[in-house]
Design a protein around this ligand. Structure first.
Ligand code: ZN
Ligand code: ZN
Length: 286
C-alpha cells in the first residue's frame, strides 16, 4: 500500500462534491470549497512547475537532514501576472460566497496587480504569521484567512512543483513540522498503519510527510503533558490534536486498524469545517 497516496486536484474536487451529498452539514460551505477546488484543478492544467528534480543539488539529502526545505521562498519565481490572474479568480469566489473581505481584496488586487500577492505567498512559505496578520488587517481579515487565500492562489503551481520533485524525495525521513518541499504549515494529518504512524499534509503543495507522533508541528513542543486531543462523537475516524504551548490544533483522520481506506486526504480539510468550529470553541486556533 502506498501510504502517502496523493490525489489529483480533480479527484480532490470530486471528493468534496461527494462529501456534500452525504453530509448533514450546510451545503453552502461545501459549495465554497468545491468552487475553490475546481478552480485550482483547472489552473493546474495550465501551470508549469517552478523547479525540477534534475535541477536539485547533489547534496540535497544533506541539506534536508540539516532542516533546509527544497524550495527557497525568496528565490522562487512566482510569476506576478500569473499570481494576479489566480488572485482575481480566487477573490471572485470569496466574494460570491459572502466573505465580507472578498470585495476589498478583489479591488486591491485589481489595483496593485500580482506583486503583493506573490509577497503573501512567500510569507506563507516562510510561515511568517505575523507578517500575514499585519497585511490581513488592511482587509479586516484574520491572518489565518489571508494564509488560506495565499495557499489557494498558489495551489496549482505548488502542486505541479511538488509533483515534479516528488520522485527525488524521501518523505519518510523529514519528520519536521513544516513541509519539506515548500516550507508551509500542514493543514491536516492522518494516523495510519499498525503502529499509528503520523503523517502531515502541506496546506500549499499537498506533500504528505511522516512526523513525530507526539510533537507539535507548529511550535515544536515535545512535552507530551501539554498535548491533548478531542474526538468527534459523530464520526470516530476524526480527531483534533491540540497543543497547550502554542494553543494551535491540527485535524486528523485516524485510520489505525482500518485497512485500505480509500480516503482523499487532500479533500478532508474542506470537508470538516465543523471540526474547526469545535476546536475554536475550546480556545484553539489554526
Ligand atoms: Zn508544501
Ligand atoms: Zn504547539
Amino acid at each position: 500500500m502506498d501510504i502517502n497516496r496523493h490525489s489529483t486536484l480533480d479527484q480532490v474536487a470530486a471528493a468534496i462534491e461527494k462529501a456534500k451529498t452525504e453530509s448533514a452539514h450546510p451545503a453552502e460551505y461545501f459549495n465554497f470549497r468545491i468552487e475553490l477546488a475546481k478552480s485550482a484543478a483547472l489552473a493546474w492544467k495550465e501551470a508549469s512547475p517552478l523547479a525540477s528534480a534534475s535541477g536539485l543539488p547533489d547534496d540535497l539529502a544533506l541539506k534536508l537532514a540539516a532542516g533546509n526545505v527544497v524550495l527557497k521562498p525568496e528565490k522562487l519565481e512566482i510569476g506576478e501576472e500569473w499570481a494576479a490572474g489566480r488572485a482575481a479568480d480566487t477573490t471572485g469566489i470569496f466574494a460570491r460566497h459572502g466573505m465580507a473581505f472578498g470585495e476589498a481584496l478583489s479591488a486591491f488586487v485589481a489595483d496593485k496587480g500580482g506583486a503583493p500577492v506573490a509577497g503573501w505567498i512567500r510569507m506563507l512559505l516562510k510561515r511568517d504569521r505575523k507578517g500575514l496578520a499585519k497585511e490581513a488587517r488592511t482587509f479586516d481579515m484574520q491572518g489565518s484567512m489571508l494564509a488560506f487565500f495565499a495557499a489557494e492562489v498558489a495551489r496549482p503551481v505548488m502542486v505541479r512543483t511538488a509533483e515534479a520533485l516528488r520522485p527525488a524525495l524521501d518523505e519518510e525521513r523529514w519528520k519536521r513540522g513544516n513541509c519539506l518541499v515548500c516550507g508551509s504549515d500542514p493543514c491536516f494529518s492522518k494516523y495510519e498503519g499498525e503502529g499509528g504512524a503520523r503523517y502531515l499534509l502541506c496546506m500549499a503543495c499537498g506533500t504528505i510527510w511522516k512526523f513525530q507522533r507526539i510533537h507539535c508541528p507548529f511550535c515544536g513542543c515535545t512535552d507530551g503533558k501539554k498535548h491533548g486531543f478531542m474526538s468527534y462523537d459523530d464520526d470516530p475516524s476524526y480527531r483534533i490534536d491540540h497543543c497547550g504551548e502554542c494553543k494551535r490544533y491540527m485535524k486528523a483522520l485516524d485510520l489505525r486498524g482500518k485497512l485500505a481506506q480509500e480516503r482523499v486526504l487532500e479533500a478532508e480539510d474542506a470537508m470538516t469545517l465543523y471540526l474547526d468550529l469545535a476546536a475554536e470553541k475550546k480556545g484553539f486556533k489554526r
